[in-house]
Design a protein around this ligand. Structure first.
Ligand code: C2E
Ligand code: CA
Ligand code: CA
Length: 676
């Protein structure tokens, strides 16, 4: 209590000592000392209030800090009020100081943490929002505004329902309702929003429910991470994993997935039918090898676009790799629909492609398999469609075929054949027959063509027409072909030694396209010549016209390397490939073997005579010799002689002979016209 007139301290309670940290005596001695203990930052304000109060005599309330002698600080709340005498004059003041340090510190700490929250909220790099129970935004931060393209004020007028992609809203709401029903305190979902400029924003949303002290829901704290970029990358990766990078078409993985889906559908609905078309371009390799890979790639892209146009948008056109495509035709009525598509493809590919200055023609062989065969898994239907495509190719390309079970049986037989063949090589079941080749000028034996035979333990003699294609397809032709060449050369060398007067005889050996592509071919040939001791000039290698054309890139150099060893080259089955005459000069061959089909028709078809004549003339211009194969009668022989054909081969002279028969022929060298 302070006197209003003298500022004298009239009474001081002992609690003063606890708050001010000073004795009551010190205050009696120096009545101003309590004032000097006020914190310098608060003292100016405190003194001003005090001064006003003394002047006006009003009650006042003030909060300030006290610095105690030991330097510690206390907060006090001071309440002072005047006491008046009976005349109304203020004669003293009563001041009550309450130590509020604890409360004050708690409040300051609270303010600080609120400030911190505000800063975190505002500056967070992820979107944050506080929403009311009904979803209305109450507070949003800058990152959220930026992610959604809204101004803060615009967003505060909206709720989650206004910006959520409609399909995703239900999930958000059911999760939120669960929180409200006390099921957990938070949830996290992936969801999508629509930005102000109507773009989809992919987001990861984490929601925490905030409750009051009684557990009543107050609001939701939401964290929204923009994952649009990540989603985009995920989508891109997924797309890349399921599409062919060159053409952009679905790849095998995606095709198989859709096929699997279709198969399940067909199983569930017995009337549902779909088809798989397996497509392989005919002679695409020729384009690649002659026009280059860039043009080849361009052609594949163009073909993809044309294929897409032949089907409905619900159907799938896929590229399996290389020049293989597959098409899934959904929900067709019957085989006619699939055939119609195959015919459309044929027409679409029939229009020439004009690429980088080239005009290219292409066609495809197509195998069709229908789901009505009752397949169990996608691999089975693919296998059958593939098989059927092969069959279409064999039948002469540029055509389609429809799967039937005999094709499957044939494939099984082939598989068996392949296994048997590998074993056959080990067990030396193969042997060689020798078909004489005669000079048409002198009528004398000029050599033999080595023709493979297979003495199958169960089936007896198997024709090469049956096993050579399988050997080529599976690669068995490489060891088999090497074996045949080695045996044939060895045999010829033995005959030369046995019959030195016939040492000019030559041996012709067939070489398949696969062997031509074998990088170690020359090494093998060298090894054979060395092992057998046969000089290269007595060996002729026969390569069919079509395998030469299909291997144009590797062929030319390999052929030159073969010729450098003194070996002669024959182009076999000439006239059955395509563009025959125009390609002829490209290959360094010594001999043309006119295909049997021309020779056999020579008498009935005048046109054929003219063709053979043209072939022989052209061959001679290119300094090649000509062998006519398949001569079966004297008429054919006479015609060929007239045409100046150098050599002849055929049943008219002799069928392919066993080793012993051939040797007998050499020994006697007489009956060129045999009855065998
Ligand atoms: P190719 O090279 O055109 O062999 C000629 C085929 O025509 C032989 O059939 C032969 O027996 C047959 N032939 C010969 N003269 C006549 C005739 O006057 N009339 C008729 N109708 N046919 C005649 P073959 O021995 O069945 O061989 C068939 C094919 O198998 C060969 O055709 C050849 O492409 C392939 N081949 C045979 N042996 C081998 C081989 O060792 N390696 C390779 N890569 N292929 C072989
Ligand atoms: Ca041949
Ligand atoms: Ca031939």
């Amino acid at each position: 209590m302070i006197s209003a007139e003298t500022d004298e301290i009239l009474y001081i309670s002992p609690a003063y000592e606890q708050v001010w940290g000073r004795t009551c005596e010190s205050l009696y001695e120096d009545p101003q000392s309590w004032l000097f203990a006020i914190h310098p930052e608060d003292s100016f304000k405190a003194l001003a209030t005090l001064e006003t109060q003394f002047r006006t005599g009003d009650e006042f309330q003030e909060e300030y800090r006290i610095v105690r002698p030991d330097g510690s600080i206390r907060w006090v709340s001071v309440n002072a009020f005047p006491i008046r005498d009976s005349s109304g004059k203020v004669n003293r003041f009563v001041g009550i100081a309450e130590d509020i340090t604890q409360r004050k510190l708690a409040k300051l700490a609270m303010r600080k943490s609120e400030e911190q929250f505000r800063l975190t909220f505002e500056m967070a790099p992820i979107g944050m929002a506080i929403t009311a129970i009904n979803g209305q935004f109450k507070r949003v931060n800058q990152a959220l505004c930026e992610a959604l393209g809204y101004e803060e004020q615009e967003l505060l007028k909206l709720s989650f329902a206004d910006i959520t992609y409609s399909e995703d809203l239900e999930l958000h709401q059911t999760q939120q309702e669960a929180l409200l029903k006390n099921k957990g305190s938070d949830f996290q979902i992936e969801t999508r929003y629509i930005s102000r400029d109507l773009q989809i924003v992919d987001a990861l949303l984490k929601v925490v429910i905030v409750r009051d002290s009684k557990g009543q829901p107050l609001h939701f704290n939401n964290q929204i991470v923009d994952i649009t970029e990540r989603k985009h990358m995920e989508k891109q990766l997924l797309h890349d994993a399921l599409h062919d990078s060159l053409t952009g078409l679905p790849n095998r993985a995606l095709f198989m997935d859709r096929l699997d889906h279709e198969l399940k559908r067909a199983k569930a609905h017995p009337d549902y039918v779909f088809a798989v078309l397996f497509l392989d371009l005919d002679r695409f390799k020729v384009v690649n090898d002659s026009a280059g890979h860039l043009v080849g790639d361009q052609l594949l892209i163009e073909i993809s676009r044309r294929l897409e146009k032949t089907v409905n948008f619900t159907d799938t056109v896929a590229r399996l790799g290389g020049d293989e495509f597959t098409i899934l035709l959904e929900n067709i009525h019957n085989i006619k629909n699939a055939i119609a598509v195959a015919e459309k493809i044929d027409l679409a590919l029939g229009v020439p492609f004009k690429l980088k200055g080239y005009e290219l023609f292409t066609s495809a062989s197509i195998g069709i398999a229908l789901s009505s065969e009752g397949y169990e898994n996608p691999d089975e239907i693919m296998r059958d469609a593939d098989l059927t495509m092969y069959s279409a190719k064999e039948q002469g390309r540029a055509r389609y075929e429809i799967f039937n079970s005999s094709l499957h049986d044939r494939a099984i037989t082939r598989l068996q054949l392949e296994t048997d063949m590998r074993r056959g090589i080990e067990r030396e079941e193969f042997l060689i027959y020798y078909q004489p080749i005669n000079s048409l000028k002198t009528g004398k034996l000029a050599g033999f063509e080595a023709l493979a035979r297979w003495k199958h333990p169960v089936r007896g003699i198997v024709s090469p027409a049956e096993f050579i294609p399988v050997a080529e397809e599976t690669g068995t032709i490489i060891p088999l072909g090497t074996w045949i060449m080695e045996r044939a050369c060895n045999q010829m060398k033995l005959w030369q030694e046995l019959y030195p007067q016939k040492c000019s005889l030559q041996i012709s050996v067939n070489l398949s396209g696969k062997q031509l592509r074998d990088p170690s071919l020359l090494e093998k040939i060298d090894g054979i010549l060395q092992n057998t001791g046969l000089s290269g000039e007595y060996l002729k290698i026969e390569i069919t016209e079509s395998s030469l054309i299909e291997n144009m890139e590797v062929a030319t150099q390999t052929l030159l390397d073969i010729k450098n060893r003194g070996i002669k080259l024959s182009m076999d089955d000439f006239g059955t490939g395509y563009s025959s005459l125009s390609y002829l000069h490209l290959f360094p061959v010594d001999i043309l073997k006119i295909d049997r089909s021309f020779v056999q028709d020579i008498q009935i078809n005048k046109g054929n005579y003219a063709i053979v004549k043209a072939i022989v003339t052209l061959a001679h211009v290119l300094e090649m010799e000509v062998i006519a194969e398949g001569i079966e009668d004297s008429f054919q022989l006479e015609q060929l002689k007239l045409l100046n054909c150098e050599y002849g081969q055929g049943y008219y002279f002799a069928k392919p002979l066993s080793k012993q028969q051939a040797e007998g022929l050499i020994a006697n060298s007489i009956p060129i016209i045999s009855t065998i």
